[in-house]
Design a protein around this ligand. Structure first.
Ligand code: PEP
Ligand code: MN
Length: 333
């Protein structure tokens, strides 16, 4: 349920209303937007007398929210959410470019790629330290050492770092990580999501291999229900019957998610296609469709990458993507 507040309402009046609603056992979310202040209510709102609420002097209107996602709902928070991450932010008018290797392999590798992607225009560095691999015999990542190497690259380049968590027990290792990624395979690991909800970290939540947008939003809601509103959504392609691509990029997710939620939406054309030559056209399409950013895998030696070489761009190819994306953004503005 939301209550739209009349203009001219004082902070004191708003606080009194919040306290009265909290006393009825509800969670109260305040959103002071550019045009309206909205009071969002989560919990058992059946006890609330909507007519009584609407009759209050400071209340303009009251609406019930039919969707099961509340905190993530655009109706709760009409303005775009902008999430501060290190020296940059994600969402709103900012276009974020997260780039780096699928997995951190060595100090030389991650430092070289970090310098190159920064030079080319990346705003954040990615790199997997804990890798969710289909085969237990494949490289599983450098784990804690991988995070240390990312932190070294961050110290030198100033780029905030993004890396994936697979187990909530590893959270202490992520203390200096700027954005914690929840990979597609863990999108519905609800216990992990609940633990991340107790932190204040920015969370990059990737859409599951075969999940609907509603399910993605419900997973975001798990994190937000715990008190962490810093959720970035990431479309990375879904499983279809097509085999020329690793997944099928659902570009319509961008405008749809922008309608449904205030959270930033970024696109990962690398995992969506699995093919390096398809990354640029899909990155341009995503920028044109209104994405808040991109996540692109870049490797200094794709042919010898320990993971996802076939979809990784060289630093030069990544530089070309960045300059073309910039042109698209200028045209659509
Ligand atoms: C990744 O970003 O390296 C990754 C494993 O992605 P996804 O979870 O989308 O497969
Ligand atoms: Mn990968």
């Amino acid at each position: 349920m939301i209550a739209v507040i009349k203009q001219g309402t004082t902070d004191k009046q708003l606080e009194n209303l919040s306290n009265w609603l909290k006393a009825q056992g509800l969670d109260v979310h305040l959103s002071k937007g550019s045009s309206h202040t909205i009071v969002g209510l989560v919990g058992d709102t059946s006890k609330i007398d909507a007519e009584l609420l609407e009759s209050l002097d400071i209340v303009e209107s009251v609406k019930r929210i039919s969707e099961p996602f509340k905190s993530a709902n655009r109706k709760f928070h009409p303005d775009d959410t902008v999430i501060g991450v290190g020296n940059t932010s994600v969402g709103g008018d900012i276009f974020s470019i997260i780039a780096g290797p699928c997995s951190v392999e060595s100090e030389e590798q991650v430092m070289a790629i970090a310098r190159a992607v920064k030079e080319a225009g990346a705003t954040m560095l990615r790199g997997g330290a804990f890798k969710p691999r289909t085969s237990p015999y494949d490289f599983q990542g450098l784990k804690a050492d991988g995070i240390e190497l990312l932190l070294k690259a961050k110290a030198e380049t100033g780029l905030p770092i993004v890396t994936e968590i697979m187990n909530a027990n590893h959270l202490p290792l992520f203390e200096d990580v700027d954005v914690i990624q929840v990979g597609a395979r863990n999108m519905q690991n609800f216990e992990l999501l609940k633990e991340l909800g107790k932190t204040k970290k920015a969370i990059l939540l990737k859409r599951g291999l075969a999940n609907t947008l509603k399910e993605l939003l419900m997973s975001a809601e798990y994190i937000m229900a715990g008190g962490n509103e810093n959720v970035i959504l990431c479309e990375r392609g879904i499983r279809t019957f097509e085999t020329y691509t690793r997944n099928t990029l659902d570009l319509s997710a961008i405008p749809l998610l922008h309608e449904l939620t205030h959270l930033p939406v970024i696109i990962d054309p690398s995992h969506a296609t699995g093919v390096s030559r398809l990354v640029k056209p899909m990155a341009l399409a995503a920028a044109a469709a209104g994405a808040d950013g991109l996540m692109i895998e870049v490797h200094n030696d794709p042919a010898h990458a320990l993971c996802d070489g076939a979809q990784s761009l060289t630093p030069d190819a990544f530089g070309e993507v960045c300059s073309s994306v910039k042109k698209v953004l200028e045209v659509i503005d």
